[in-house]
Design a protein around this ligand. Sequence first.
Ligand code: ZN
Length: 289
Amino acid sequence: MEDDVIRRERKYSQSRNKVPGTVLLLVIVVALCLCGFFIMSGLGAEDEKPADPVTVDVNMENISKADPDPNAGEDPNPVKEPDPEPVKEPEEDTRPVIVIDPGHGGTQPGNVAYLADGSEILEKNITLPMSYKLKADFEEAGYRVILCRDGDVNASLGERAEISNQSDALVFVSIHCNSYTDPDVYGLRVYYETDKEISKELSKTSLKLAQRVSSATASAGIKSRVNVDDFQVLRENKKPSILVETGFMTNPEELLRLLDDEYQAKMMKAICDGVLSYIKNDMPKPAEQ
Ligand SMILES: [Zn+2]
């Protein structure tokens, strides 16, 4: 009886001890599961990382196809920015080249004259609009024009000649306005250089160019002649080159004409025609060289 009681008590105590043991076991199992889950989810996240760019790439493709703004929702890529190739554009532009040199500019006003009302006229402010008109004429004829200065800026004579020398220019044309002590002297003069160090042949082609331009301006009703003088932009030039003194600012009537938009346009058209006539008739063709 007594044994029986003890056994029952043991069984009871065993069954009482079993409950917390099971709970503990359950807690451990749950804890292990949770740890396993966190570890697995952690590893899984790492595993999924390399897959991310693929989905982003796909999205980016979709965006770039659907959205006209390629920068929208996309990280800017600074590595791609230093890639521009500006060299390609000039290569694709196969138009023949003319260099136009608008005389003076910036701190170099050139000749200075005064109108009857006392207003000051600077040569640099006449040669620039003239050069823009000449540029437009050449472009209309299918040429590409390089300006030695674009705007009211300084450019040395050496730099102007160098721009011509570094280019594929067929011809170099410098635009100026003249001055003289005698106010009665007027008319356009086309200068070329005889003492070219490079070659006598170049001097001859420059003379032909000057003659064509003088002839074309004369045909347009402008008093014109060819002159020889030593100008740095011509002397240092390796292209057939002329300097056009478009008129005398010291002659009051011619000064007004030089400022006239229509007169400028007529004169520049004639200079362009003269240059085109030289290119067509006197310039050696590439096949003949
Ligand atoms: Zn000048």
